[in-house]
Design a protein. Structure first.
Length: 78
């Protein structure tokens, strides 16, 4: 697994993580649900991190560029 990134300012997303060799982005929501998104390009992951670092809304980025854009699966139900 990659190094997890915790989003302290997001009301929706608690943690994001990227597994580079498999192109998997794992997102843990504040609800406790965890989802994996498959075939996510490394470039998108890097842009997401920059967006979070610049205090952009992780939830807005997720809704615009990740949600319904990639195959996903629930890993853990809260």
């Amino acid at each position: 697994m990659g190094k997890p990134v915790f989003t302290t300012k997001s009301a929706t997303i608690h943690r994001v993580e990227y597994i580079e060799k498999d192109k998997i982005m794992e997102i843990e929501f504040r609800t406790g649900n965890i989802y994996r998104y498959y075939d996510v390009p490394l470039r998108l992951w890097k842009v997401f991190l920059l967006y979070i670092e610049c205090e952009g809304s992780a939830g807005s980025f997720f809704n615009e560029y990740i949600k319904n854009q990639f195959t996903s699966g629930k890993v853990k139900e809260a």
